[in-house]
Design a protein around this ligand. Structure first.
Ligand SMILES: [Zn+2]
Length: 455
């Protein structure tokens, strides 16, 4: 269901700084301060805004939170465990005391701004007496011991190749082309990696499913289905008579068009929410791997800027911003995720995969230019907590991989070589196919993690 009063929570995947970067700004509008986040894509300067109403409802296309499901987490976490996760992982930028109040024996979380009703969570008195955490996914330690040549036996892994690719790649602005060479489309690259990865994971005994297995969307909706919500969002955000269409790719006001808004509602919000429904209600994996390629700002996609910069990082859910916690649905999803203890599994997993990927790719860790939306976590130096839609909504451990700057000279050359067995001479160096290097290094990390955990 679409809620029109909602404000935009954040935008993931903004390649103006890095491919999957969010933007948050404060903007003064008329005579009151509006906290808003807005969309910046490669070409844009200033765009339309999503002002928060005084009492924020839910984030874009969000659904009404069902706080009663959290009852099953009563007495499953101690006071110290709860505060540690809140302070070190989920609310690293702080939280408003009127949203979450921590007492000795309980935490009170605001359920609804309008009604001012609270959910009360009872802490377990000690780690020794705490009740087991209810969950559908299985931590590595609870899987039966595996034979040494099948360390992933029985593990249910869902692969989520980022974006759509194919004919949608230009719309989702995950497309660039150098001269007459093959266009680079992130959604196609990630699917290629996923297929190689699936094969390798199955060799080690894993049960693999795909969140997306073609270059068609998972959602049945299309941009035209969102024209009316897009129009209303624009009007609400100070564009009284929004234009229907974008003039050309360099149209400076394209974000203020119904076309552009309805497209983003389709390929980002509707698509990722449908993928989440698939993961949560059908696939029930023990782990989701989100597969992406990174990028630096490339400017005009038909004359992209290539760079020498290349790097790697991985993301797990956390590091919520104050304005995200203000949404009733995001606050609920944050608390649900915290209580599920997905972090206890996804952090060591992400660290182990990161080390394996760094070893195989030789890439340095990406450093975010600011710490506004991310928090470095773990021990590898490559893992950040960040609140992305997928890492928040998939109800199981999620490791989100961001290796390789697609528009770096090195990666671009390797992508142009395509997939191949063995090695090939690329710019004077014998290299594995970039797709196999990606897949093999992720598998290496998983094998290492599960071999140790299931000993
Ligand atoms: Zn991506």
């Amino acid at each position: 269901m679409i809620r029109l009063q909602q404000a935009l929570a954040w935008q993931e995947n903004d390649k103006s700084t890095t491919n999957d970067e969010a933007r948050k700004v404060k903007f003064r509008h008329s005579d009151f301060l509006i906290l808003s986040s807005f969309v910046i894509r490669a070409s844009s300067l200033l765009l339309f805004l999503f002002p928060l109403t005084l009492y924020a409802a839910d984030s874009v296309l969000g659904s009404k939170p069902r706080w009663s499901v959290l009852e099953k987490y009563q007495d499953t976490i101690t006071h110290d465990q709860f505060t540690q996760l809140l302070n070190d992982v989920y609310c690293t930028h702080g939280f408003a005391p009127d949203l979450i109040e921590i007492n000795e024996k309980t935490a009170r979380v605001l359920m609804n701004h309008e009604s001012q009703k609270f959910f009360t969570l009872r802490f377990a008195e000690s780690a020794a007496v705490r009740k087991p955490v209810p969950r559908l996914w299985r931590p590595a330690k609870s899987l039966p011991a595996a034979r040494s040549h099948k360390p992933l036996a029985g593990l249910k892994v869902a692969l989520d190749p980022g974006h759509l690719g194919g004919k949608w790649a230009k719309m989702e602005e995950r497309w660039f082309q150098v001269g007459a060479t093959e266009p680079v489309q992130e959604g196609d690259l990630t699917l290629r990696v996923a297929r190689l990865l699936a094969q390798r994971l199955r060799e080690f005994g894993a049960k693999v499913s795909f969140v997306r297995d073609s270059n068609e969307p998972v959602t049945a909706k299309r941009p035209d289905d969102f024209r009316e919500p897009a129009r209303k969002i624009l009007i609400k955000n100070g564009v009284p008579q929004p234009r229907a269409d974008v003039l050309d790719p360099n149209d400076p006001a394209k974000e203020q068009t119904i076309r552009w808004q309805s497209e983003i509602l389709f390929y980002r919000y509707s698509e990722i929410r449908r993928r989440a429904a698939l993961v949560n209600f059908k696939l029930h994996p023990d782990l989701v791997l989100c597969l992406h390629f990174n990028a630096e700002g490339w400017g005009d996609p038909t004359h992209p800027t290539l760079t020498e910069t290349n790097h790697l990082h991985l993301l797990v859910n956390g590091s919520y911003l104050a304005e995200e916690l203000d949404f009733d649905d995001e606050r609920f999803e944050m608390i649900r995720r915290l209580l599920s203890r997905a972090y206890n599994e996804e952090l060591p997993l992400a660290d182990t995969i990161a080390v394996a990927m760094a070893r195989e790719t030789g890439l340095p860790p990406y450093q975010y230019p600011t710490t506004n939306s991310t928090t470095k976590v773990g021990t590898s130096g490559y893992v950040y907590a960040r609140n992305l839609l997928a890492t928040r909504l998939y109800r199981c451990p999620v490791v989100y991989c961001e290796p390789f700057v697609m528009n770096s000279n090195d990666v671009f050359a390797r992508i142009q070589h395509g997939d191949y067995q063995g090695t090939c001479n690329v710019n004077g160096v014998e290299r594995k196919s970039i797709f196999r290097e990606y897949a093999d290094s992720v598998v290496g990390g998983l094998v290492e993690y599960y071999s140790h955990a299931r000993e």
